[in-house]
Write a protein that binds this ligand. Structure first.
Ligand SMILES: CC(C)CCOP(=O)(O)OP(=O)(O)O
Ligand SMILES: [Mg+2]
Length: 239
């Protein structure tokens, strides 16, 4: 069984496979995304119950903007619908919601809803849900470098002040006290990171699950956590 003392503090998830799930059933991609929301709800519930402190989910990659506009519009309206319907329970269950990514490309109404949701849940401390929306790991590094360059130029900091912790403070995951995922789960059998968190994954344990995201439920999550709890994390040291 799982040991509570060995639970990962920060779990990151690349929720993949919604489209294939729908295709297998002769349904449009949107049906897969709707089914995927149920999986996310279940994972949030389990993380809160089992003592995970941060759950970061890849909800929409910056590179997903190239998808057919009908699917992009569906996803944008789905995000709005889900945040609206879940907001009260997030507040009730002590869930803090943060969103990372280039929000300028999101619909105005969604941007507004996101800032209201972040404000309403900022003092919650049971679980922090970080939603990566219109997010690019490489761009996260670019914007951090730009911010640091401005500070050096404005003589707010010196070049020698630039170290790992300064970069960490400038990345979009500065919204959490645990910016480094202990476990990354990617579903649907794909074995790649797809421009998700990059710097932050330096020593993250990777778990790849064959299940499509809508089929990834409690048994699959337990399997991923059990695998994590059996790993020897050396962070470059000797065994
Ligand atoms: C937007 C994102 C969460 C969707 C993940 O599923 P997907 O649409 O990439 O599904 P497929 O890889 O099966 O096409
Ligand atoms: Mg995919």
């Amino acid at each position: 069984g799982l040991r509570r003392d060995l639970m990962p503090r920060h779990v990151a998830v690349i929720m993949d496979g919604n489209g294939r799930w729908a295709k297998q059933r002769g349904l449009p991609p949107g049906a897969g995304h709707e089914a995927g929301v149920q999986s996310l709800r279940e994972m949030i519930e389990l993380c809160g119950r089992w003592g995970v402190r941060v759950l970061t989910v890849f909800a929409f990659s910056y590179d997903n903007w190239i998808r057919p506009s009908v699917e992009v519009q569906f996803l944008m309206s789905l995000f709005e619908r889900v945040i609206k319907s879940e907001l009260d329970s997030f507040v009730g269950e002590g869930i803090r919601v943060s969103v990372i990514g280039d929000s300028s490309r999101l619909p105005e109404s969604l941007q507004k809803l996101i800032s209201e949701t972040e404000e309403k849940t900022k003092d919650n401390s049971i679980l922090q849900l970080i939603v990566a929306a219109s997010y690019s790991g490489k761009y996260d590094v670019v914007q951090a470098c730009k911010s640091i360059a401005h500070k050096v130029k404005d003589e707010v900091i010196q070049v020698d002040d630039i170290d790992e912790s300064l970069i960490e403070q400038e990345l979009e995951t500065s919204c959490t006290q645990y910016p480094y995922p202990d476990l990354l789960i990617r579903t649907s059998g794909e074995l790649r990171v797809s421009n998700f968190l990059l710097w932050q994954l330096a020593y993250t344990e990777l778990f790849f699950a064959p299940a499509l995201w809508p089929d990834f439920g409690k048994p699959e999550f337990i399997q991923a956590l059990a695998s994590f709890q059996q790993r020897q994390r050396r962070f470059g040291g000797r065994s």
